[in-house]
Structure formats: C-alpha cells, structure tokens
Design a protein around this ligand. Structure first.
Ligand SMILES: [Zn+2]
Length: 182
C-alpha cells in the first residue's frame, strides 16, 4: 500500500497514513503537499499529484515521548532484520543477558538473532559462549525513530526525518493518526 508522511504544522514528523488519506487532507485544504509520488490522482472533477509528504495547516499536539517503544517489529527494524551475532537473516529476539539471569527487556539488552545463534546462546552469558556482538545495541534516536516506528522510509521522507528532538514513540504515530481523524 502506498503511504505518505504527515508533518505537523511545525514540520515535525507526525505519522504515516495511506496516500489516499493524505490526498484527502490536501483536497480539504487541511494540509499542503511538500513532495509527490509522481503519480496523479484523477477524479471526475480534479487531477491532483499524489502526495508522499504533506504538512498540516494546523498544529496537532502530541504528548512528548522520550523513547521509542520496545517491540519485536522495532527491534528487527533497528537491527536491519539481521542477526547481531552472525549477520544471517534474523528470526528471533535474543536477550544478551538472559532473562533467567535478570537481564531486562530493554533496548540495550535485546538484539535480533537468527535461529541458530539464538539456540546456541540459550541461557548463557555472552562470555560463556564465545559469541560476539557486531554492534552494541542501544535505543533508536533521532532519524532512527522512523526506521524503528515505520519499518521502512521512503527517500522523499528523509529530509523531514532528521529534525532535532524528533524522538518519538511507536504509539505516537497512532496517536497522531487519531488526532488527525478527531
Ligand atoms: Zn546468527
């Protein structure tokens, strides 16, 4: 499905909606188009370039969240769907310090892992296995929020995702969408 990035009136990324929804916002003068997909939407009365980025003409207040919510989808997105031990396609989530040994379910203690590495590590501490992490995991910040929250970013969106202080929670996209339909 084709999607569009919605920016707040302040240019801060707010949420991602189906292109059709973004088109409606533009047609209703609730948003201005900033980038287009290259396709054109035709109806009986109008022909409008399909937007890929729109900016709202009004301000939507969204509760500030300091962190990106931890979820399976967000962890896979952060780690590029690659096992953080061997680089193979990841299928599982591994707790670096096992939960059975008090390891927290937190951004810096979880990584995407392939089935083989996950099985090999089991309930061991990393030092006991001889396995090594390719990167020290941390919570996604700034531009990374979009990757974590959305799974994939269109090239058109990138200029708008590098804004400072844009650290959002996964839920924010949903809250933003809810605020839009209010
Ligand atoms: Zn692996």
């Amino acid at each position: 499905m084709s999607r569009a990035l919605v920016l707040n009136a302040t240019y801060e990324p707010l949420c991602v909606v189906p292109t059709r929804r973004a088109l409606l916002l533009v047609l209703q003068a609730k948003a201005e188009p900033l980038a287009a997909t290259g396709r054109v939407f035709h109806s009986a009365r109008v022909s409008v370039p399909e937007p890929s980025v729109v900016r709202l003409s009004y301000f939507v207040r969204v509760p500030h969240q300091a962190h990106v919510a931890l979820s399976r989808r967000a962890i896979f997105a952060r780690d590029g769907h690659r096992c953080q031990y061997c680089g193979a396609q990841a299928e599982n989530i591994d707790h670096i310090v096992p939960r059975s040994k008090g390891g927290p379910h937190a951004w810096d203690n979880v990584v995407a892992a392939c089935r083989r590495c996950n099985a090999r590590k089991r309930d061991h501490m990393l030092e006991e296995t001889g396995m090594k992490l390719r990167h020290q995991p941390s919570a996604p910040r700034g531009r990374q929020w979009a990757l974590a929250a959305l799974g994939a970013v269109l090239p058109d969106w990138e200029p708008y995702l590098g804004l400072p202080a844009t650290v959002v929670q996964l839920n924010m996209a949903e809250e933003g969408a809810a605020a839009l339909s209010a």
